[in-house]
Ligand binder design. Structure first.
Ligand SMILES: [Zn+2]
Length: 442
C-alpha cells in the first residue's frame, strides 16, 4: 500500500515536472517603431512565448546616464501546470509622454525591452531583451512663403511656392479645413514646394488659408497664408425634366453603374442626379490622389475648338418635374457645344487617368496634368485613348456625344484641383496661367 502511494507521488511529481517545464525563450520584436520620435509618437511591439506564457514586459528609456521605465505590464500565470498562460501580447505606448523622471534632450536615445516568461517549476524563468536606437525631435518644421501677391476667386485656383525645413515629410495648404498637398519639383530648390489649391465656388470671403508642414516625428507647423479672396457671381438655370428624357438616358446609366431602376420616373431621376452624382464625385476625388508629382504641361489650356458655351461653371440648376421643384445641383463645369460628334482634343499635355464609363458623365476621359490638376471630358460618343497613355496638347481623345446625363450632343468640361472642381476660364487664360502658376516657378 505504502509502495503504491509512493509510486503515485513519484508519478505525479514527474508529471508536474514534465508539464510545468517551459523550454522556450520568450520572443520580442518591434511592430511600429519609427526612428524619429516626437512628443506624442506611439511605439508598438509584440512579445511571444510558447511555454508557460508571458509574465512581464518592461521598456526602459535610456539617454546617457539617465534611465526610466516608460512601459510595464505584468500578466498572471495559470496555477494549473497543464494550462498555458498568455502566449502573445502586442502593446503600444507613447515613450516621451510616459517620461517623468528626467526631461529628454532632443538627440539620440535608446529603448531597452525586457520580456520575461513564467517560471518552470516555480524556479526558472527566461528573459529576452531587445534594444533600439531612436532620436527625439520635438521641434516642428519651419515654413515660410516664397511666392507673393496671392489672390483667388470664388471657384478659382491659386499656386503657392513656399520653403520648408529639411526634416519636412509632408506639407501643403489648408483652405478652411480642406487639405491640399504640396509637391517637390525638380525645377525648384530642394527646400521649396509648390501647392495648387482651390477655393470652392460657395466658400466665404473670409475663408482662412494656412501653410502646414509635418516632420518624421509627427511635429506639425501651421502658419497663416495671406490670400486675397475675390468674390464671383454665378448663374442660375431651370431645367424641366420630362419622363421621355428619363426613359432615354436612365437605362444605360443605371446598367453601367450597377443600379436598379426605382419604381417611379421621379425616383429614377433623383437616384441618378443626386446619389450617383455624389458617388461619381467621390470616384474622381479618389483618382486625384494618384496625380503625378510634377507639372506635365507648360502653356495655357485649350477650349474645345469652334465651341459655343451653353452652360458655365457653378451655374445653380433647379430641376422641375411636372412643374414642381424636385432637386438643385451646381453645374461644376462648362458645357461646350459644337457640331455633333466633333473631335475632342486634350486641353493640355498629360496622362490618361481615366477612360471609360463614369455614371452621369457617360463615356468620359480624365487627364492628369500633375500636382493634383486634372481635366475631365464627359458625354463622349467615342473614346480614342487608353488608360495611362501620354497625350500632348491638342491630341484627339474621342468625339462629343450625349452619353450619361446629357440632353443633347455637347462636351462637358471640368478642371479639378486635387479633386475640387474649379473654373476652367482661368486655365484657358494664358495671362492667368502665367501670373498664377508658371511665373511662380521661375
Ligand atoms: Zn455639363
Amino acid at each position: 500500500m505504502k509502495k503504491l502511494i509512493l509510486t503515485l507521488i513519484v508519478l505525479a511529481l514527474i508529471g508536474y515536472l514534465y508539464l510545468d517545464w517551459d523550454g522556450a525563450e520568450p520572443k520580442v520584436e518591434w511592430l511600429d517603431a519609427p526612428k524619429d520620435i516626437g512628443a506624442k509618437t506611439a511605439v508598438s511591439l509584440q512579445a511571444l512565448d510558447d511555454g508557460k506564457g508571458l509574465a512581464r514586459i518592461t521598456v526602459t528609456l535610456v539617454q546617457g546616464e539617465q534611465r526610466q521605465i516608460v512601459f510595464e505590464e505584468r500578466m498572471a500565470r495559470s496555477w494549473q501546470p497543464w494550462k498555458r498562460g498568455t502566449p502573445q501580447r502586442a502593446v503600444a505606448f507613447q515613450p516621451v509622454e510616459a517620461l517623468r523622471d528626467f526631461s529628454l534632450a532632443e538627440q539620440a536615445f535608446q529603448m531597452e525591452v525586457e520580456v520575461e516568461d513564467h517560471p518552470s517549476w516555480l524556479l526558472f524563468s527566461r528573459t529576452s531583451t531587445l534594444k533600439g536606437d531612436f532620436r527625439y525631435d520635438a521641434t516642428p518644421p519651419s515654413i515660410s512663403t516664397q511666392s507673393t501677391q496671392h489672390n483667388i476667386r470664388q471657384g478659382g485656383a491659386e499656386a503657392v511656392v513656399y520653403n520648408v525645413s529639411e526634416d519636412t515629410v509632408d506639407s501643403g495648404v489648408l483652405v478652411a479645413d480642406r487639405t491640399y498637398r504640396g509637391f517637390e519639383m525638380a525645377r525648384l530648390d530642394p527646400g521649396q514646394r509648390i501647392c495648387l489649391l482651390a477655393l470652392p465656388y460657395n466658400a466665404a470671403a473670409d475663408t482662412p488659408f494656412k501653410l502646414w508642414a509635418v516632420d518624421a516625428s509627427g511635429n506639425r507647423s501651421e502658419i497663416p497664408l495671406a490670400i486675397q479672396v475675390r468674390p464671383r457671381r454665378f448663374g442660375r438655370d431651370t431645367i424641366s425634366i420630362r419622363d421621355s428624357f428619363i426613359d432615354k438616358v436612365a437605362p444605360e446609366i443605371l446598367q453601367q453603374s450597377n443600379l436598379t431602376r426605382p419604381a417611379t420616373h421621379k425616383e429614377t431621376f433623383l437616384l441618378i442626379n443626386r446619389d450617383l452624382r455624389q458617388r461619381n464625385h467621390s470616384q474622381i476625388e479618389e483618382l486625384s490622389r494618384r496625380s503625378a508629382s510634377n507639372l506635365l504641361w507648360s502653356q495655357a489650356f485649350l477650349q474645345l475648338s469652334n465651341s459655343a458655351v451653353q452652360s458655365s461653371f457653378a451655374d445653380e440648376r433647379t430641376y422641375l418635374y411636372q412643374g414642381q421643384e424636385i432637386d438643385r445641383q451646381t453645374h461644376l463645369g462648362f458645357d461646350l457645344a459644337s457640331t455633333a460628334a466633333s473631335p475632342v482634343e486634350a486641353a493640355n499635355d498629360g496622362e490618361v487617368a481615366f477612360a471609360g464609363y463614369l455614371g452621369i458623365y457617360g463615356k468620359c476621359v480624365i487627364l492628369d496634368h500633375g500636382l493634383g490638376l486634372m481635366s475631365l471630358y464627359a458625354h463622349l460618343s467615342e473614346i480614342s485613348v487608353a488608360l495611362s497613355q501620354q497625350v500632348t496638347r491638342g491630341d484627339p481623345l474621342g468625339r462629343t456625344g450625349e452619353t450619361g446625363l446629357a440632353g443633347g450632343d455637347h462636351l462637358h468640361f471640368t478642371m479639378l484641383v486635387q479633386g475640387m472642381p474649379v473654373n476652367p476660364l482661368e486655365w484657358w487664360d494664358a495671362a492667368w496661367v502665367r501670373n498664377h502658376v508658371l511665373g511662380r516657378l521661375e
